[in-house]
Design a protein around this ligand. Structure first.
Ligand code: DGY
Length: 319
């Protein structure tokens, strides 16, 4: 029987159907990533790995995994997988696109609103009994409606964010590797260079995947080009931001605030420098985390594994 190793505990009912056809082994913890030694040991025997974005699937894994046919990543992003090496070893890699677009766009917009209207600060304020009276500028934030939204990375999630922005009468600029003419027509978005977008936007939302080209693209220079009233939102990958430069930009008021769902080294701890700033709203990488969507992602990853192991085409291969 072909062997599958799942690197995190998943609900038993969704994996039970795999057990009729395959031998399934699973890391037994939900909130603890698989240990490297265990991953390598399991990889030696596995025909399929169902992996998380927290697992580094690198050359060492592929070298040891003599029977490996598929790595099914439970995420749309796959910067944790060495794709070139997977190709060399003839291993199929799959991800979970599309099923998470709307949910991730919801969270991105929620983060934008929460940051602009200072919602976490306001919640803390009331819970700590600091509310004395209504006052004219109490916790006054920034308007969102009728402002300019700059989206860097206009893939499906970026477009779903843009769609939400149209309901707020926002003016939308985007920057992407290629023009998205359909989005321009449907959403009234206009294409701009990265610099133009930074200079014009009231909200800069990063939706681009982490690649060699996008690594650290939001650095000191980028933050200096933004308005000092700009709000930066990131729900793609922490690696696209130089966090020291972001800290300086926020601290020195080169930009106004940041809403961050992702960080360079996750998880971050409460002593992370960015968390000392009141103008940072931080979340623990929950962009696609609704029960419905996470279940769809799990089902899609399982389907990809199953397809490859029975000799069919995966539903969502990379490349
Ligand atoms: C993804 O799918 O890449 C997300 O970051 C996980 O929520």
């Amino acid at each position: 029987m072909p062997k599958i190793f799942i690197t995190r505990q998943l609900p038993e009912n969704v994996i039970s159907k795999l057990k009729n056809q395959f031998e399934v082994d699973m890391w037994p913890y939900e909130e603890k990533p698989v240990e490297r030694d265990e991953l390598l040991k399991q990889a030696e025997e596995a025909d399929a790995l169902l992996t998380m974005l927290t697992d580094s699937i690198d050359e060492e894994v592929f070298r040891k995994a003599k029977n490996l046919k598929v790595v099914a990543n439970l995420a749309v992003g796959y910067d944790n997988i060495d794709i070139e090496t997977a190709k060399e070893y003839g291993v199929t890699v799959t991800n979970t696109p599309d099923v998470l677009n709307e949910t991730t766009a919801d969270l991105t917009f929620a983060l934008l609103l929460a940051t602009a209207r200072r919602i976490p600060e306001a919640v803390k304020y009331i819970k700590q009994d600091e509310w004395k009276t209504w006052s004219p500028l109490l916790l006054a934030g920034s308007d969102v409606h009728h402002k300019t939204l700059g989206i860097v990375g206009m893939g499906s999630i970026g477009q779903a964010v843009a769609k939400r922005a149209t309901g707020f009468n926002m003016n939308i600029i985007y920057h992407n590797r290629s023009r998205k003419e359909e989005a321009e027509q449907k959403l009234g978005a206009t294409y701009g260079s990265f610099d133009e977008l930074l200079a014009k936007s009231d909200f800069v939302v990063c939706m681009t995947p982490l690649t060699d080209e996008t690594k650290d693209m939001f650095d000191r220079e980028a933050f200096e080009k933004m308005k000092d009233s700009a709000i930066f939102v990131n729900s793609s990958r922490g690696g696209v931001v130089n966090e020291e430069d972001l800290y300086d930009a926020l601290k020195n008021e080169h930009i106004k605030a940041a809403g961050l769902d992702v960080f360079k080294g996750e998880p971050i701890k409460s002593d992370h420098a960015l968390l000392e700033l009141d103008n940072v709203v931080a979340l623990p990488h929950i962009g696609s985390s609704s029960v419905e969507t996470r279940m769809k992602m799990i089902e899609l990853a399982i389907q990809n594994v199953e397809n490859v192991l029975v000799g069919e085409k995966p539903v969502t291969p990379i490349g």
